[in-house]
Design a protein around this ligand. Structure first.
Ligand code: ADP
Ligand code: MG
Length: 596
C-alpha cells in the first residue's frame, strides 16, 4: 500500500530522502540565479579573491564557478553534498553570531539533488585535487583531479528532474538578467574581489579587484549615476552606516537601485527601504524612487539572518534605531547639499539658439481632479521672519553659507509665473508658486511644531455631505485634522460638521479644504500614518495658500518672495519635490554662446 492509496486510511510514512531534498531544494533554488548566488557565496566563504563565472543559455545549460579559495579536502566531498552539512557552524550558539555567508549546509545538497553537478577542488596546500559527480543526489566515486588550487563547480541540466520548476524558467535573457543582478550585488558588497561573468562565451562584466566601490557603481550603473553621488559615513553606537546616495535629480521609477547591504550581505528590508524614501521626502515626486547604495555594519548578535533559506530577509533586534540611523543620516546629508537644480543645457540647436529643456515636466498637483483651481488670491502676509526660525540663519561670512545680501538684486517676473534673478553664480529662474508653497509649508510646519497654528472658529458649523466611507474616514482622522485647525464632528449618517478651519486658508471654502484632504487620504492604499497624513495636509495647505502660476505680482511682492527664499531650509524644492529654482550658471551661458 502506498501513502496515497485512497481505499484505506493513509498511514504516515517517512518521506524518502530524495523527496525531502527536492522539497528543500525548491526553497533555496528558485531559478538559475539562485545557483549562482549560492556558489558565489561559498567561494567568498572560502576566502576567494578571484571568481570566474561562466553561464550558458541563461544558466539552463551550464553554470560554472571557478574560485581560488581554500578548497575542499577530498575526504569531505561526500559530506559537502549531504544536507545540513556545513563547515561554518559548530554549535547552536554560533547561529547568533554568523560571520559567513552560508551556514545552513543546504546549497550543495539542494543543487546536487536537481541537477548534474561536477565538483573539482584542490586545497592550495595539497599536491593534487579530486573530483566527484552528483546527479539528482546520486554520488559517483571520488577520483583524482589535476587542476589549479581552488574549487571548480559545474552545474548542468538544472531542474532536469523537477519538470514544474523547469517549465517556470523564463527566457535565457531574463534568467541571465537575474544572474547579472546577483553578480552585481556580490561585487558591490565585496571590494577587493576580482569577478568576471561570461554569458555564452562573451564577457558581461569584469570587475578588477582594485576597483573601489565608487568605480564598481560606475561600472554597473554608468557615469550618470556615479557622477551624482554623495558619500555618507555615520557611526551610532556599535552601528555603522556608509555608502552613497544619489542626488534627487537622479531618481528612478522603481526602487531597484536602492541597494542595502547588511554585514556584507545584500538584503531586502521594508522598514529600511521606507527610511530611505523618508530621507528623500519632499525631494522626489510621488512614485519616484531615490538611488542609494547603503552598507550597514552591525554586531552579528543583533540580527537574525536565519529567517529565510535565501537569507535575503533578516530580523533586527533594534529595527527602530536602525530606521532612525538611515533616516537622519540621509536627511542631514541632503540638507547639507546645495540642491538647486542645475540646468543641463542640450547642445545648441543648429540655428544657434540655446533651447534649454526643463527637467521632465512633472504633472502638477493643480491639474489633478479634486483640487479646486479657483483661487486667484492676493498675496498672503509673508511670514514675518520668525523669532525662532526653523533653522538658525547661516552665520555671516561662514564659508559654507554665503552671507545674505542686505539688498536683494531686483527680480523680473516673466509670464506671470517665473522670477528671474542675477546671482553671483549666474542666472536664477524661480518658479513663483513652487517657492512660495515651499516657504509657506515650512512656515506651517514650524507653527504646528510650536503649537501656534491658528484656527478660525466657525460661528455656525458647516455641514458637509459625504459618502458613508468618507465620513468614517474623516472621523478616523479627527485628532490629526484638529491638530491642523480643521475641526470636524459627526452629525449622524454621512454628514460631517466642520467647526473650525486653518486660518491660513481663510479664503478657501472649508468644505473644499476637507474634500481636498479626503481625496488625498483616499489616494492611499492603506490608512496613512498620522505623521505622514499631517505632513501631507500641511503641504496641501501650503499649496492652496500660495500664489499661483499665472498670478501677476507687484514689485513689492516679487521682492518679498525673493527675500523669503533665504527663510526656507530647503528652498530648492517645493513640498511635492519639484524644483523651485533653476540655475543657469555663468559658465553654462558662456559655453552655450561659445564665448569659451
Ligand atoms: P554552507 O555554505 O551553508 O555551509 P553549502 O551546501 O553551500 O553549505 O556548502 C557545504 C560545505 O561545502 C561548506 O560548508 C564548505 O565547507 C564546502 N564548500 C562549498 N563550496 C566551497 C568552495 N567553493 N570552496 C571551499 N569549500 C566549499
Ligand atoms: Mg553555502
Amino acid at each position: 500500500m502506498t501513502a496515497l492509496s485512497l481505499d484505506a486510511s493513509p498511514r504516515i510514512l517517512q518521506l524518502p530522502l530524495s523527496v525531502i531534498n527536492k522539497i528543500a531544494a525548491g526553497e533555496v533554488i528558485e531559478r538559475p540565479a539562485s545557483v549562482v548566488k549560492e556558489l558565489l557565496e561559498n567561494s567568498l566563504d572560502a576566502g576567494a579573491t578571484r571568481i570566474d563565472v561562466d553561464v550558458e543559455a541563461g544558466g539552463t545549460e551550464l553554470i560554472r564557478v571557478v574560485d581560488n579559495g581554500k578548497g575542499i579536502q577530498a575526504a569531505d566531498f561526500e559530506l559537502a553534498f549531504a544536507n545540513h552539512a556545513t563547515s561554518k557552524l559548530a554549535t547552536a550558539d554560533d547561529l547568533f553570531s554568523i560571520q559567513s555567508m552560508g551556514f545552513r549546509g543546504e546549497a550543495l545538497s539542494s543543487i546536487g539533488g536537481i541537477a548534474h553537478v561536477t565538483l573539482q577542488s584542490r586545497p592550495p596546500e595539497e599536491m593534487s585535487g579530486a573530483e566527484i559527480h552528483c546527479r539528482g543526489g546520486d554520488l559517483s566515486p571520488v577520483r583524482d583531479w589535476n587542476g589549479s588550487p581552488g574549487t571548480r563547480i559545474e552545474v548542468r541540466h538544472l531542474f532536469f528532474n523537477t519538470p514544474v520548476r523547469r517549465k517556470f524558467m523564463k527566457s535565457a535573457s531574463t534568467e541571465m538578467g537575474h544572474i547579472a543582478e546577483v553578480a552585481t550585488r556580490i561585487a558591490l558588497a565585496h571590494p577587493g574581489l576580482h569577478l568576471t561573468l561570461r554569458h555564452n562565451g562573451k564577457l558581461v562584466y569584469e570587475i578588477p579587484g582594485s576597483a573601489g566601490l565608487l568605480e564598481r557603481i560606475g561600472l554597473f550603473f554608468g557615469d550618470e549615476v556615479r557622477g551624482q553621488l554623495y558619500n555618507i559615513d555615520q557611526h551610532q553606537g556599535p552601528n555603522h552606516l556608509f555608502g552613497f546616495i544619489a542626488d534627487p535629480a537622479c531618481d528612478r521609477g522603481t526602487s531597484k537601485l536602492q541597494y542595502l547591504f547588511l554585514n556584507g550581505r545584500w538584503i531586502r528590508d521594508r522598514s529600511l527601504g521606507h527610511a530611505i524614501q523618508e530621507g528623500f521626502r519632499g525631494l522626489l515626486m510621488t512614485g519616484r524612487y531615490a538611488v542609494a547604495f547603503l552598507f550597514l555594519e552591525i554586531p552579528p548578535g543583533t540580527v537574525d539572518v536565519n529567517v529565510h533559506p535565501t537569507k535575503c530577509e533578516v530580523r533586527f533586534a533594534e529595527s527602530q534605531k536602525l530606521y532612525h540611523l538611515v533616516l537622519s543620516t540621509l536627511r542631514n546629508r541632503l540638507a547639507a547639499q546645495n540642491l538647486t537644480a542645475r540646468l543641463k543645457a542640450p547642445a545648441p540647436a543648429p540655428n544657434g539658439y540655446f533651447q534649454p529643456r526643463a527637467e521632465a515636466d512633472h504633472p502638477s498637483l493643480f491639474s489633478q481632479p479634486g483640487f479646486p483651481s479657483f483661487i486667484k488670491r492676493p498675496m498672503p502676509e509673508p511670514p514675518a521672519r520668525p523669532a525662532e526660525p526653523a533653522l538658525p540663519p547661516p552665520p555671516q561670512n561662514s564659508p559654507l553659507a554665503p552671507p545674505i545680501p542686505e539688498i536683494e538684486p531686483k527680480a523680473i517676473q516673466l509670464h506671470n509665473a517665473y522670477l528671474v534673478l542675477e546671482t553671483a553664480e549666474g542666472m536664477l529662474v524661480i518658479d513663483q508658486h513652487a517657492l512660495h508653497e515651499r516657504i509657506l509649508f515650512e512656515h506651517v510646519k514650524e507653527r504646528f511644531r510650536q503649537g501656534t497654528l491658528e484656527a478660525q472658529k466657525l460661528l455656525i458649523p458647516e455641514p458637509v455631505e459625504l459618502s458613508a466611507e468618507q465620513a468614517a474616514r474623516t472621523l478616523e482622522h479627527q485628532g490629526a485634522l484638529a491638530a491642523l485647525g480643521l475641526g470636524v464632528e459627526g452629525f449622524g449618517g454621512s454628514t460631517i460638521l466642520i467647526t473650525s478651519y486653518p486660518a491660513l486658508l481663510s479664503r478657501t471654502p472649508p468644505a473644499d479644504i476637507l474634500k481636498a484632504i479626503l481625496d488625498h487620504i483616499n489616494s492611499y492604499e492603506r490608512t496613512p500614518a498620522r505623521e505622514a497624513l499631517l505632513e501631507e495636509c500641511m503641504s496641501l495647505m501650503a499649496c492652496h495658500a500660495a500664489v499661483r502660476s499665472g498670478d501677476p505680482l507687484g514689485p513689492e511682492e516679487i521682492a518679498d518672495l525673493v527675500r523669503m527664499r533665504h527663510l526656507a531650509s530647503d528652498a530648492h524644492h517645493c513640498p511635492h519635490g519639484r524644483p523651485t529654482a533653476l540655475l543657469f550658471t555663468r559658465h553654462e551661458l558662456d559655453k552655450q554662446f561659445k564665448r569659451i
